[in-house]
Ligand binder design. Structure first.
Ligand SMILES: Cc1cc2nc3c(=O)[nH]c(=O)nc-3n(C[C@H](O)[C@H](O)[C@H](O)COP(=O)(O)OP(=O)(O)OC[C@H]3O[C@@H](n4cnc5c(N)ncnc54)[C@H](O)[C@@H]3O)c2cc1C
Length: 462
């Protein structure tokens, strides 16, 4: 199933493949590959000199705990038991200086400001994320979605108002603004009949469109939701780049549909709205090629967040339960090949039209990062020219982020914020989806330890 075929079924794909395959690319050798491998070996503990002693100890302690699979796999249950035993206040006192401080920016504007200033001093750029999302069966009313929109508008304002970084970005979860049930229904309808992007653009402009296949209540909710998305996009255009998250395959086509409509309306002269491509999906490369094609045909700029994908276990379980083919690649190596191949496609496209395409290489994987940097050099793409940047989660793989920043690349940290209660489900989900990364974080722990010993021996020496 290809999402964009549902949006625009008659696209001549061959043209795009030719565009991707035969274009002349600028091939400029800037640095020797050996020098690049050395500078991006991610083995230099000096990257951690900018961290305070408390931050080093906290990171070491948390990563040690995360190395026990039983703790990560049962983090949800453990947190809820701790919350019951300690009470809300006690639990918050335990979490705030530890897990929360490691992975969350803070609760109010002043705490967030402090965290952002710290990141900015380290040469890293914040990409704020409001941790609100819904899955099936968790739908809330229109009022709640309006409140979520206000939270997103505030996020646009916080991202823009302070000069924390040039070119601010934020993440957006569509399921905070449209009910997951409607997204699933749209996804099902799109499999039979593609939706015209123009209809959605007209609805965003305030026209009362009667979307085929939806009943009156669903149409009313869809129109309100498109208005909410329109408001957020209007507030962010020319100020903050909005990166729409990818979620589950049973609703991703609907999420992409509205994202593409936003791109069509707001990305005429710049890449303000971005979509996410999950390379663990077997269909991810075709989805990306179709998106490139659509952007070419419809005349809008395309921003791509390239990730491996966060919902593997649930996707697999669901496919098995429903007797469908597993949508996820069979093994990590296949996902990796898919990531590399999509990365190559995007970098090639960027080298030809840097003003039209942008990518954030959103991964903690050192090899992927090195590969991207190497291809950028081969294709003559500027480290900090704006069209390619890197992304990691706050509190994770700082040795990768800090080294990249030191080498002059644009690096964003995905930064959630909110109260302990509001961010708890996010933290649990992130721990589980990144369990392989967290458990394999030995190198970061070694580097943290080396920096700690260096400081202790300095103290002893003085
Ligand atoms: C800035 C940022 C934004 C993100 N936004 C999103 C988003 O919008 N949507 C989303 O889904 N995720 C998102 N993620 C999470 C991302 O998809 C990954 O879960 C996470 O980054 C771990 O992948 P990695 O490349 O960093 O690490 P790696 O360790 O290289 O890869 C781990 C990933 O490989 C894949 N994998 C692991 N085992 C297998 C297997 N047996 N078979 C097939 N594939 C396998 C899984 O996707 C797993 O998460 C985001 C991550 C970052 C850093």
């Amino acid at each position: 199933m290809m999402m964009c075929s549902r949006l625009c079924p008659s696209l001549p794909r061959l043209l795009l493949l030719r565009l991707m395959g035969t274009g002349t690319s600028k091939t400029v050798a800037v640095k020797q590959p050996d020098l690049l491998s050395a500078s991006l070996a991610f083995e230099d503990p000096s990257a951690f000199r900018v961290k305070s002693l408390g931050e080093l100890l906290r990171a070491l302690g948390i990563f040690r705990l995360c190395s026990f699979p039983v703790l990560v796999n049962n983090s949800g249950k453990l947190m809820s038991v701790a919350r019951t035993l300690l009470g809300r206040r006690g639990f918050s006192l335990l979490l705030r200086p530890t897990v929360y401080a490691q992975f969350v920016a803070g609760e109010n504007e002043s705490e967030i400001s402090q965290s952002m200033e710290k990141l900015s001093m380290l040469g890293l750029r914040p990409m704020l994320a409001v941790p609100i999302e819904e899955d099936l069966g968790e739908s809330t009313g229109e009022k709640r979605y309006d409140d979520n929109m206000e939270a997103m508008l505030e996020c646009v304002q916080i991202s823009h108002s302070k000069a924390w970084s040039k070119d601010p970005m934020m993440q957006l979860k569509i399921t905070a603004l449209i009910s997951p049930e409607l997204c699933v229904k749209l996804t099902t309808l799109m499999a039979e009949q593609p939706y015209d992007l123009n209809l959605l653009v007209r609805a965003m402009d305030g026209e009362s469109i009667n979307f085929p296949g939806l009943d009156d209540r669903e149409v009313a909710h869809f129109l309100c939701s498109l208005q909410r998305l329109n408001k957020i996009a209007e507030a962010s255009v020319n100020k903050v780049r909005v990166l729409v998250d990818a979620e589950y395959t049973y609703m991703n086509p609907a999420l992409s549909l509205v994202t593409m409509a936003m791109m069509k309306k707001f990305n005429k002269d710049g890449t303000w709205i971005w979509n996410t491509y999950q390379c663990y999906l077997k269909e991810s490369r075709s989805l990306l090629l179709e998106a490139l094609h659509l952007s070419n045909n419809e005349g809008f700029c395309l921003g791509v967040k390239l990730v491996r994908g966060a919902y593997m276990d649930k996707e697999r379980k669901l496919a098995e339960k429903e007797g469908r083919q597993d949508p996820v690649h069979q093994c990590w190596e296949d996902t990796n090949d898919s990531y590399n191949s999509s990365l190559d496609v995007m970098l090639e496209a960027i080298s030809q039209k840097p003003e039209r395409y942008r990518i954030i290489v959103a991964t903690h994987n050192e090899e992927s990062v090195r590969r991207a940097a190497k291809r950028m050099e081969e294709l003559g793409i500027d480290n900090d020219g704006g069209s390619v940047c890197f992304g990691q989660l706050l509190g994770m793989c700082d040795h990768v982020s800090l080294t990249l920043a030191k080498e002059g690349y644009a690096v964003y940290k995905s930064v959630p914020y909110g109260s302990v209660d509001d961010t708890l489900p996010y933290l649990v989900r992130r721990a589980q989806e990144n369990r392989t990364v967290l458990q394999g974080i030995r190198k970061e722990r070694d580097l943290l330890r080396q920096e700690l010993y260096r400081r202790l021996s300095l103290r002893r020496g003085s």
